[in-house]
Each structure stands twice: as structure tokens, then as C-alpha cells.
Write a protein that binds this ligand. Sequence first.
Ligand SMILES: Cc1ncc(COP(=O)(O)O)c(C=O)c1O
Length: 450
Amino acid sequence: MRTIIEPFRIKSVEPLRHTTREERERFLEDAGYNLFLIAARHILIDLLTDSGTSAMSTEQWAAIMRGDESYAGSESFFRLKRVADDLTGLRHMVPAHQGRAAERILFTVMCKPGHIVPSNTHFDTTRANIEFTGARAVDLPVPEAADTQAQLAFKGNMDVAALEKLIAIEGEDRIPLVMLTVTNNSGGGQPVSMANIAAVQAVCARHGIPLYLDACRFAENAWFIRTREPGYTDWTPKRIAQKMFSYADGCTFSAKKDAFANIGGLLCSNDDRVFQQETNLLILTEGFPTYGGLAGRDLDAIAVGLEEVLDADYLNYRIVSTGYLGRHIADHGVPIVEPPGGHAIYIDAARMLPHIPKEQFPAQALAVELYRHAGIRSVEIGTLMFGDAAQHELLRLAIPRRVYTQSHIDYVVEAILEVNEHKQNIRGMVLLESAPSLRHFSARLRPLAS
Ligand SMILES: Cc1ncc(COP(=O)(O)O)c(C=O)c1O
């Protein structure tokens, strides 16, 4: 059969609420044209993020009932540890309340002012946590990644020559670890090849620098390796994931992505000394090492999710359905970051709306129009979010896992194509006020007069 169906049926449903265009216009005005400030009940299809928004399975809900809420030595922890150990092969694991908590602990232990942490591309919380310690976060994506239209099988790869050069210039003592984000979220949800992971590891090993994976979307990355990299077609996703982790000395992980959990994170490492320091810090801010700021039931939901996510039918559906959205809008003239990523489609708003300069936030203007037109929430990743550091003006449509069906995605396609038809009428935005940092959460804007 050519049709790839959702590999699940639906047992419990949540109603979606339609709003009128007039109501949405009012909600926009009240929220200062900032979609973060619109109440979720006023959103029809929410593509703000794929993080913590997954639908859990019957097995996960059943596991939640098994949750052991003991303060220390909970059975839930040991169930999670067994699954994590089998997957990563890393000696030590502690839970944390989400990915950024694992990041904060890792970088507090490993980084000092003057240090440099290279990555293919750091996610924004990763960068912020590194820079909070006084160290510098450096992105070393392959140069082709800068071109949103370049068609590359592994556009999330790190530039290995640039890494070698950085180590030669700065000295290995100033680089406490190297990170690889799989898949590369800030780089368009693009995958990293096994060959690239191996090449980065070889450079790290030569210089005695540990390699960490930011493994939020490890299973989606494994599926791209299986379908795009020669030699892996017959491998199970789990075996590919295990091989990816075999190159790493540690990892951070947000269970809100590829573990279908609504909350949670993990920090894993092979280094006994680092792990001891991490545990001390964990107790200070997250909790005892066998629960790490989570309830026992959360640990069980993550344990089950980590196994479910490696199901080949699920991964095939996931990557094909994200690609379906991307292809259906790109083939009708909407410029996206090519090729479609794993968890999200990114519209290149600077290309789509060339009449709106970046100082007038073209991707935000597009996000507002998509909500006004069809009640769809997306997120600007451009000058509003990053200020002058923005490299592109992107609108991200992140797809929650197992939440929306084919007809929801068809509705999104139709809405985007309709917006594309009247794109010349979309006006830029003026920023009225915002907090100095994280301004995309607090910004208030207004549309420019036509
Ligand atoms: C690549 C990447 N790293 C880290 C994080 C942080 O994880 P969390 O949101 O659980 O703190 C995210 C979240 O979106 C992410 O996409």
C-alpha cells in the first residue's frame, strides 16, 4: 500500500474549538500580536512546539499507574535506568525535570569562563546555559546549511574541518566538551549522519575532549540515517540509535520530545568524577538522584516512551507526515527550509515576503496572518527571537507527536496556501515593548498601517 496511515487509533479525544475571524482579530490585539500570549483555548491547531505536547499511549498511561513515588530507590527509576542503559550504553544516568535542567547541571560542572563549547548548532537554552557559566557557545554547522534551499541528506552535520581549526587556534584545554544536536533543531530539524558523528568523535578522541549528544530527537535522527545513509537500510532504529550513542561520552536529553513524555529530561555520562559532581548539584536543585525533580510516574512514562519511539512504523509515519506538509506547501510555491526536517517545517519568510524588511519581522507578520486566517499557531524564529544575531527569518511549524491526523495537516496546508495567495497584503510589524531578554515571550507589537 502506498498510503502511510497513522500507526495508532484514538481512544481518548480532546475537542478543538473553532473561533471566528473577528474573535481572532480581538485575541491578537489583546495579546499585542504575540502568539505566546494567546490562551491555548483560542487556538485551533497548535504548532508552537513539539516539546511536551505528545499524545501518550495506553501503555504509557498504564505505566503511570505503576509509578513508584518512593523518595529514594523508586522502582520507576530502575525501570527507566534499564531502558536508558540499554539504549545509550552510558554508565551513569540521572533524571532531571526537563532538558535545560540537565544542560545547566552539565555546563555548571564542566565549563569555566574562557572555555569554548562547539556544536553543530546549539539550541537556545543550551547556548544560554553555556554562556551563563562564562564560557562561549560556538556553532560549527556545515557551510551549506546557511542556504535554506540547499538539498542535503545530512544538513545538520558539523563542519569537522572547522572543529579541527577551532581546536588548533584555541587549544584543547579550553574546550571542555563538544556537542552534537541530533537532529539539529535550530538548523531546521536536519539530521546528522553516522559518518559525521564518527568523524567528530575521532577528532575529539585525538584531543582528549569528551563528545556529548544533545539527544532530544535521537530516534528521528536514527530514522533519517536508516533511510538516507548507505549501509543502514536493514538495521533496526534501536540498533542505529545505540550506535549513535556508542560514539558519545555523555548526553543531555529532553524527554518532552522523543520519549512522548509531557515533562522530563535525562543527563548521562561515562565519567565517574563528572557524574559525582553532577549528582551533588542535582540534589541541590532537582532532587534525589533516583527522581531528579520528577514524579515516579513520569519516570515510568519516559521509560515506555523511549522504547515506543523506536518503532519503525511510527518513525516512518512521523518523518513521512512532516515531509508531506513540507512538500505540499513547497511544491505550490511556499519557500521552506529544504529538505523538510524531522519534527518541523520552517517557512523562509524573508523569501516569501520580500516586501517586509527584517526590522519589520516578516516571520512574525506571517505567524500573525496564519492565526488570523485559520487559527493556527506557529512560532517566529528570526529577528524578533534573536535580534541582530538572527541568521534567517523563519516561521516554524512544529508537529506534536501522535496528536494531529492527516486531515488536520491538510487543513494546515490549505491555510498556508491561501495565505500565500494574498501574501502581498501582509504588512510588517512594529515592536512596541519587550523585556530585554527572551523578548519573543513578552514582546508586544502592532501591524504597520497599510
Ligand atoms: C535541541 C534541543 N535541546 C534542548 C532543548 C531543551 O529541552 P527542554 O525544553 O526540555 O528544557 C530543546 C527543547 O526544545 C531542544 O529542541
